[in-house]
Design a protein around this ligand. Structure first.
Ligand SMILES: *Cc1c(COP(=O)(O)O)cnc(C)c1O
Length: 378
């Protein structure tokens, strides 16, 4: 029996909520389930306002508009991230400026940010890889001193904290994903966390295609009209019903994933001690949510044979990201500041192991297979 890389945690309650919203014909967007989820997330993150979106990508695109990115403006971010972090900026005519990552967390190296700031810099976009926080205290401090906006790509981060604060709630804006590959899912979905209340009113307008419909619904204007940029960024109510159900068991999902993560960490310790692979490092003050368990192999050349050997033992592993500055669009639309040694080197040595709720003792099968494979590769 193959152990897949990921299986979403879907149960009968999820079916019930989705069926209900269809049976009761309550499909209008911004309905009951959307409101419930938004309120839940607002309380969870202790923030001003949360808007559900159809994806994290949508939330990132809204953020780029809210940061007022104009053609030629620059945004500092890591190259080791998903496409959407950078494309949200490029869609406004802006230029992602990449700096290298830290070798311990694979997050943006905060010590390199200031050297990348120019007159055109508008924002910093930290990406919390594997839901382990970037050095947010330092990043917030740099942003304040240079009057830059901070947009957290917290796609992977529901339930993850930095010094007791939820990731996504620390910068001006934060973006969550509920894609089916994430811990908690709406099938596809996302959320924009608005931590700087001055941005709330405009965010609501962007969400609803650039109209002031929200003000109309609240009785603040007598008709609604087109007032600003915007798109159809809302989440479908069917997806919101699924998300609402998922949020009810999100704490249990997180707990189970963190404990699987810990079993990997403890079980693979001997391989780490033998120098056959490196395990993730979680700095002081960071509480992750078990989203990803990755290992770093001693060299890039070992990755393909390692993954193939596991494949032969019916274990499916994956890797990511191909650094964006090396991609065809990256070469066209972005700029690199300084050298990318860690980004290039680490991204080629990284392998993600299967991690999903319900995998139970299969985690031991993976640990055994990895241990055996490491020994064989010497
Ligand atoms: C998953 C992910 C995204 C994209 O999320 P969608 O909801 O699929 O748009 C963006 N950034 C990071 C770091 C991610 O992991």
């Amino acid at each position: 029996m193959t152990i897949p890389y990921h299986i979403s945690d879907i149960n009968s309650r999820d079916h019930q909520y989705v069926n209900e919203v269809i049976e009761q014909n309550q499909l209008a967007t911004l309905g009951h389930y959307t409101q419930q989820c938004q309120q839940w997330l607002t309380e969870h993150a202790k923030t001003h306002k949360v808007l559900l979106t159809h994806s994290c990508t949508a939330a990132l695109e809204m953020s780029a508009i809210l940061a007022d990115i104009q053609p030629g403006d620059e945004v500092i971010m890591p190259s080791f991230t998903f496409v959407s972090t950078a494309s949200a900026v490029v869609m406004r005519g802006g230029i992602p400026v990449f700096v290298d990552v830290r070798p311990d967390t694979l997050n943006i190296n905060e010590a390199l940010i200031e050297a990348a700031i120019t007159e055109r810099t508008k924002a910093i976009m930290p990406v919390h890889y594997a839901a382990v926080s970037c050095a947010m205290e330092k990043i917030q401090d740099i942003a304040k001193r240079h009057q830059l906006m901070v947009i957290e790509d917290a796609a992977q981060c529901l339930f993850a904290d930095y010094q007791g604060q939820r990731l996504g709630s620390i910068g001006d804006l934060g973006c969550y994903s509920f894609h089916y590959t994430k811990n908690v899912t709406a099938g596809q979905g996302g959320a924009l966390l608005i931590n700087n209340d001055a941005l709330s009113a405009r965010a609501q307008i962007l969400l609803e295609k650039g109209t002031n419909r929200a003000a109309f619904v609240e009785g603040l204007v007598d008709k609604y009209t087109w007032v600003d940029l915007g798109s159809s960024y809302t989440m479908s109510e069917v997806n919101a019903a699924l998300l609402w159900s998922q949020l009810q068991h999100s704490a249990r999902i997180t707990q189970e994933r963190v404990s699987l993560w810990q079993r990997y960490y403890d079980g693979l310790q001997p391989c780490a001690v033998a120098g056959q692979l490196q395990l993730p490092i979680v700095p002081e003050g960071c509480a992750h949510n078990g989203h990803i368990f990755y290992v770093l192999l001693p060299s890039a050349q070992l990755r393909q044979p390692f993954m193939s050997a596991l494949r032969e033992q019916d274990i499916h592993t994956v890797f990511h990201y191909v650094p964006l500055h090396t991609s065809p669009a990256g070469q066209k639309f972005t700029r690199v500041q300084g050298d990318m040694t860690h980004t290039e080197e680490l991204s080629q040595r990284l392998v993600r192991l299967p991690l999903w709720t319900g995998m139970g003792d299969k985690v031991d099968r993976v640990i055994d297979a990895v241990t055996k494979t490491c020994a064989q590769m010497g």
